[in-house]
Each structure stands twice: as structure tokens, then as C-alpha cells.
Design a binder for this molecule. Structure first.
Ligand code: PEP
Length: 251
């Protein structure tokens, strides 16, 4: 059975103290209670080790929001997949549209990051999604298919099975505009169908595919009730425990 997952992406928010307060509050809120989904928080690098030491990692998985495309060495300012793993993090978000757009992350760079993340035992949460112009021209399926074919479809089936996918239409990220339930379900069903074409139906059925883009407590129940939506990657609404918990409770 594929997993349902609610994963937070804090982006570049929260000082160390604020992040620790948020993680600790979430940990306390989830103590003595078993959510109907896996819960992950994607913190900035500086929080990873401290958060890992302060929370129940069996209950809350920890994700980095990026890792380097190099193994180690003279790459000032970079953080390797091995370093991420050493903090206690289990996941790494890769291919987020903000990184593709603002930091010029190409498919080639992402392939190196994916390989290093997997080699170090991290679970990539691999993001894909189209811009508004592409959606308006009805090119979203071809666009997303190309993103996947250039990257994760090149993995071996065994490595592919270790991934979590997240479809995040760029026009819905941080904008307050959510994809309609139909648009989200349609795209996730399409992604699952091309996974089946590439790796077989059984692998497709076992792959967790999340929706991301202005997901909140109000729209999460309907989104998560769709047959192909296995949870959410949550930006803004992961920064307050009450908001994030309400999304977790949508399962
Ligand atoms: C994101 O960037 O991963 C995201 C989904 O952001 P938001 O929920 O704020 O739209």
C-alpha cells in the first residue's frame, strides 16, 4: 500500500529558535496520537540537526529542502547529501520550482542530486509542475512528462521505488490559488499512468504522489479524498502548527 504523506516545506522561514519552537510544538501536538498519514517537515539546513535531536523521528520525518550536486570538497556554501543524512534527516526535497527558477537547477543538476541523495539513503521528494503560460496553452501534461523523462524516469526501477513525487503547479504555489480538485486529480492520474507506462502498473500503484500549491485546511479534505492524491507538500500552511495539524487531520 502506498503511503499517505503530509510534508511541510518551511522554505527560507524561521530563525533557529523559531524553528525549534515550531518543531517542538508539532511534536507535542502529535504525541499520544497517531495520524492517518506520514508527517514530514522540510526545514532549512541550519535546523536539521537540532530538530532531529528534539522530536520523535518515528512520528515526524525530517527533510532538507535541497542538497548539493557534488559529493564533497571545495564547494563553498554547499551542503552534501551525506551531510544532510548525518543530521538525522530522512528526506530531501529536490526539483522544487523555486530552485529550478531562481537557482537554475537543470535536469542534469537534478540527476546528480538524485543520485547522491539515493546513494546516501535519503528519500527524495521530487517536485514537478508547470507555469501558468504552459497551463493556459494546455501543455501541462507534455511539460510534466518531459520533466520526469529527463530525470526520475532515468532511474532504475529499484531507485524509482524509493521516491515520493510532488506535483506543484507553479501558478498555485504561494499564490492562494489552488488547482481545482479536478485539475489536481487529473494531473496526478496522468503522472501515475506514465509511471505505469515506464515502470509497470504495480510500481505506479505503489508510488506516493503529493499535490502542492496553496493547500490548506479548507481544501485538503477534498483534495486528499481523490483516488490519485496521496497527500500534500505544504508551504505557507506548514508554518503554524494549528494549520499544519488541520491538514494532517484531513486524512
Ligand atoms: C511549496 O512551495 O511547496 C508550496 C506548496 O507552497 P504553498 O503551500 O505556500 O503554496
Amino acid at each position: 500500500m502506498r503511503k499517505n504523506i503530509v510534508a511541510g516545506n518551511w522554505k527560507m522561514n524561521k530563525t533557529l529558535q523559531e524553528g525549534m519552537a515550531l518543531a517542538t510544538e508539532l511534536n507535542e501536538t502529535l504525541a499520544g496520537y497517531t495520524p492517518n498519514c506520514d508527517v514530514v517537515i522540510g526545514t532549512p539546513f541550519i535546523h536539521l540537526a537540532s530538530v532531529a535531536a528534539a522530536i520523535d523521528k518515528k512520528k515526524i520525518g525530517i527533510a532538507a529542502q535541497n542538497c548539493a550536486n557534488k559529493e564533497k570538497g571545495a564547494y563553498t556554501g554547499e551542503v552534501s547529501a551525506e551531510m544532510v543524512k548525518s543530521t538525522g534527516a530522512a528526506y530531501v526535497i529536490l526539483g522544487h520550482s523555486e530552485r529550478r527558477e531562481y537557482y537554475n537547477e537543470t535536469s542534469e543538476i537534478l540527476n546528480d542530486k538524485l543520485a547522491l541523495a539515493l546513494a546516501n539513503g535519503l528519500t527524495p521528494i521530487y517536485c514537478c509542475g508547470e507555469a501558468l503560460e504552459v497551463r493556459n496553452a494546455n501543455g501541462q501534461n507534455a511539460f510534466v512528462q518531459k520533466q520526469l523523462e529527463e530525470t526520475i524516469f532515468k532511474l532504475s526501477v529499484d531507485d524509482f521505488k524509493k521516491l515520493v513525487l510532488a506535483y506543484e503547479p507553479i501558478w498555485a504555489i504561494g499564490t492562494g490559488v489552488t488547482a481545482s480538485t479536478e485539475q489536481a486529480q487529473e494531473m496526478l492520474a496522468f503522472i501515475r499512468s506514465i509511471i505505469a507506462g515506464k515502470f509497470g502498473q504495480e510500481v505506479a500503484d505503489e508510488t506516493s504522489i503529493l499535490y502542492g500549491g496553496s493547500c490548506n485546511a479548507k481544501n485538503a479534505p477534498e483534495l486528499f479524498a481523490q483516488p490519485d492524491i496521496d497527500g500534500g507538500l505544504i508551504g505557507g500552511a506548514s508554518l503554524k502548527v494549528a494549520d499544519f495539524k488541520a491538514i494532517i487531520d484531513a486524512f
